[in-house]
Design a protein around this ligand. Structure first.
Ligand code: CP
Length: 309
């Protein structure tokens, strides 16, 4: 097992290998112990300054990264586009160069444009962590999802994982496909034909439009949000109809002859892609995913900092 990552940036799961993922998981195991101690802090990133640049809204990822950085004793600069000079016309590169001039070592960035993080990685001397770039990738979400599945199942080799819902607009789906495939899992995407891009068939996953048959097939279902804010045309007739045909409900789960693990990256549209009794039910690991996010992000920041910019 390698003891360093193969990369200086975390732009996407596509760009890292299975050894990198295992190293992140083993490091996260140690950090999960740390954050469950009475004193939840280690000095690992003392003297490292991290800028959290959020050009798009976020609750879980932003808070999780900030907590991870604080637990590692990093210095933190928080930036939200809505209250910055971006609204006066400043470019992404100018914004980031100005922040880096204040001696920042690492940048965690969420941006609505796919490719925004790789654009920066080629131009600035700091480690870049992609916290979600448009509909492209959300690598730390996929890592925390797979870490949470690993806690449930151990090795993911041969496990059957379904990703259900709005695949078309989802960066979580693409990062999950790359991550789960690299760990040896079988992956199926399921949703209405209008919400599954044609190229998914080339990613080594199976495609289904039959929700009950997909639930029968899988060991775990990762249920995705319908991203209405990214849809300017109608991909299905109504939210009520979506729930009727693709919503994960207790009735659907009770029809199975087995129990499956239920996941959701959040934020949840309760009563649309998942019913409240399933989201809050005994098979849901949604809050475990959130808890694991802090340890996984600590591991990513720690390992990238060790690489230097
Ligand atoms: N899962 C996720 O990315 O949530 P946020 O948009 O709240 O960060």
């Amino acid at each position: 097992m390698a003891k360093t990552l193969s990369t200086r940036h975390l732009i996407g799961i596509k760009n890292i290998n299975a050894d990198d993922i295992q190293l992140i998981f083993e490091t996260a195991d140690n950090f999960k112990d740390v954050i469950n101690r009475p004193i939840k802090k280690v000095p690992s990133l003392r003297d490292i300054t991290v800028a959290n640049l959020f050009f798009e809204s976020s609750t879980r990822t932003r808070v999780s990264f900030e907590l991870a950085e604080r637990r590692l004793s990093a210095d933190i600069v928080n930036f939200a586009a809505s209250s910055s000079s971006v609204s006066k016309g400043e470019t992404l590169l100018d914004t980031v160069k100005n922040i880096l001039a204040m001696k920042v070592d690492m940048v965690v960035m969420r941006h609505p444009a796919p490719g925004a993080c790789v654009f920066l990685a080629d131009r600035i001397p700091a480690n870049i962590v992609n916290a979600g770039d448009g509909t492209h990738e959300h690598p730390t979400q996929a890592l925390l999802d797979a870490f949470s599945l690993r806690e449930k199942f151990g090795d993911l080799q041969g496990k059957k994982i379904a990703i259900i819902g709005d695949i078309l607009h989802s960066r979580v789906a693409l990062s999950n496909v790359f991550c789960l495939r690299k760990l040896g899992a079988h992956v199926r995407v399921c949703g209405p034909p209008t919400l599954i891009p044609k190229h998914y068939g080339e990613l080594g996953v199976s495609v289904s439009h039959n929700i009950q048959e997909t639930l029968e097939w899988c060991d775990a279902a990762n249920v995705l949000r319908i991203q209405l804010e990214r849809q300017n045309i109608n991909f299905f007739p109504s939210l009520r109809e979506y729930h009727q045909f693709f919503g994960i409900t207790r009735e659907r789960l009770e029809r199975l002859d087995k129990e499956i693990v239920i996941m959701h990256p959040g934020p949840i549209n309760r009563g649309v892609e998942i019913s409240s009794d399933v989201a809050d039910g005994p098979h849901s690991i949604i809050l475990d995913q959130v808890e694991n996010g802090v340890a996984v992000r600590m591991a990513v920041l720690y390992l990238l900092a060790a690489q230097g910019a």
